[in-house]
Design a protein around this ligand. Structure first.
Ligand code: 2PG
Length: 237
């Protein structure tokens, strides 16, 4: 039975500063590094030995995965990076303070932008500080200027199907070190979460989420390895 572990990056500098981050390449805080190390210890305690780690092209996810593997005694596990595991693109909200944005637009509107399934934030204006079109990591790619969770899933799912699922179907265990919303997209797909219920799914930083899968890659059981920092999980059908 293949095992999958989803690991959201540890606390980032902008998690701490409460700013909309998306594709901005901020690093981990010292607390985030400690969360990643603790995540690795829990992975080792669970006896989890992934054949491969998938991660995004963003530093906070790559470093979290590397720190966790190192502290699990698994530093030789091969790593595959792809931008399709990036955090959802926060469009015109990128870089803004979340609390100030809520004062300006109202808590309800900000919750819709942050957690609804298919309402994207306003698009990012071209040419500004957070325009990623010239970033060599995205050369030749048709990159978005904003994303809802739905459009995030639209780019995560083909990557899941072509790169990740085949490894699990071959019976390998897999670690994915990524982001709150790229992982929510994978959880929505795996647990078949209805569009109006995904708003309630939160993934804590640095807390490995173990999902045991059957041969059809349907979840059989799931648990956060750090039970003290767990959030509720969707029901298993
Ligand atoms: O700012 C972001 O990119 C994300 C993740 O930290 O925030 P949110 O909690 O709004 O999805």
């Amino acid at each position: 039975m293949p095992r999958l572990i989803l690991l959201r990056h540890g606390q980032s500098q902008w998690n701490l500063e409460n700013r909309f981050t998306g594709w901005v390449d901020v690093d981990l805080t010292a607390e985030g590094e400690a969360q990643a190390r603790r995540g690795g210890e829990l992975i080792a305690e669970a006896g989890f030995k992934p054949a491969v780690m998938f991660t995004s092209v963003l530093t906070r996810a790559k470093r979290t995965g590397a720190i966790a593997l190192q502290s699990a005694g698994l530093k030789d596990v091969p790593t595959i990076e792809d931008w399709r595991l990036n955090e959802r693109h926060y469009g015109g909200l990128t870089g803004l303070d979340k609390a100030e944005t809520a004062k300006l637009h109202g808590e309800d509107q900000v919750k819709v932008w942050r957690r609804s399934y298919d309402v994207p934030p306003p698009p990012l204006a071209p040419g500004g500080e957070w325009d990623f079109t010239a970033d060599p990591r995205y050369a030749g790619q048709d990159i978005p200027d904003t994303e809802s969770l739905k459009t995030t899933l639209d780019r995560v799912l083909p990557y899941w199907n072509s790169a990740i699922a085949p490894r699990l179907e071959a019976g390998e265990d897999v670690l994915i070190a990524a982001h709150g919303n790229s992982l929510r997209a994978i959880v929505k797909h795996l647990f078949d979460v209805p569009d109006d219920k995904i708003v309630g799914v939160e993934i804590p930083t640095g807390n490995p989420l173990e999902i045991d899968l059957d041969a059809e890659l349907k979840p059989v059981s799931a648990r956060y390895l750090d039970a003290g920092r767990a959030e509720s999980l969707p029901a298993i059908a």
